[in-house]
Design a protein around this ligand. Sequence first.
Ligand SMILES: Cc1ncc(COP(=O)(O)O)c(C=O)c1O
Length: 422
Amino acid sequence: MNKRNFIKKLMLLGLGTSCTPSSFAMPNKLSTSMKDFFSADDASFWASVRKKYDLDPSYINLENGYYCVMPKEIAEAQHQYILTGNRAGAFYMRHQFQSDQTKLIERLSKQIDCRTDELMISRNTTESLDLVISGFPWQKGDEAIMAQEDYGAMLNQFRLVSERYGVVNKIITVPLNPATDEEIVAVYEAAISAKTKLLMLSHIINITGQILPVKKITTMAHRYGVAVLVDGAHSFAHIPTSMQDLGCDFYGTSLHKWLSAPLGSGLLYVRKSTIANLWPLMAEDPLAKDDIRRLSHTGTRPVHSMQAIHTALDFYAWIQPNRKENRLRALQNRWTNQLRGQKNILLNTPEAPHRSCAIANVGIQGLSPARLAEMLFKQYNIFTVAINRPTVKGCRITPNIYTTMQEVDQLADALLEIAQKQ
Ligand SMILES: Cc1ncc(COP(=O)(O)O)c(C=O)c1O
């Protein structure tokens, strides 16, 4: 088949140019023009954003930390890709998938400020980070550093490599209200020894919402020759995430969290000079040791979800990263400011505004986290999640950009009412 006939055939199948990033943008659906965007006052702009979501009106969803509901246009794009992909069958996979994947990697690399040959698409943060933790070239007696506030699945993976390879895990506690960044850096530094090989830290701690000074910790760790793995599950498309700024060796995230891409999409960044050191989870055909594609073989994938990542990137660009970050922080500050210092209220999130963004955690003296989550849902229609960990006990509260100020006010009123009755 010559090139012209081939493209004609793709068009008939609903593919071809309709699968290029320019059409992923679906500009007709992103109806607010840049002019409207800048002239809109905040309240009306965010009200128009809310209309882009198909929300369940029966409850207030403040559990966007698990994953973020997709705006309608991203969900519709995914459905459309399911239909066109199903019609095309293997033809799309054999003839177009590779070039679409390359374009997506180019776009994501630009978004996190890294080279295209340092990024691979994964299914989620768990896959990305576990690949690094299990694929690291461990020797018996090597040490790894992590925090007890880190995500359970990653701590489990470190436990596994400890049992398998004899790695020694050193688990620190992150200070919640440090006077300076250096106080946090010092805690990690104190755990380093001559045997330390890898340090994992969360860019945003999922149970408290605390943002860690990644660059400072990375700079310190590199002075000792220790590689740094960043759990970016909650930072990508929430706060700025430039690999150049963070300076880490590995960074993994889920795109179904703050980017609002379809479930089962993530990415892994590996600094070019460290790719050759990692073992893959699943073997690929022999490739150069420093070729990142060596790490990303997972068999046949739900490509419609990958295609819709383009739409999610368009949506994020339209919202604008700094505007999104400011809005999310404003939503959190609005309710936490009403509660700080109030009787029986325990806020498990740093006081300094730059140390957190959308996510915060609140407990009530004398109430278990599970009971508080139950009361919020059953008595006030507010959905949250109970966190019961050694250093953090409370409900994690995670608004999204569709959340209104009135909704977080309702949360504050509910918590004050419950706290007063204790
Ligand atoms: C800090 C952190 N890391 C990793 C994960 C795992 O994400 P996923 O289930 O998308 O792999 C989560 C999920 O909430 C998380 O909060």
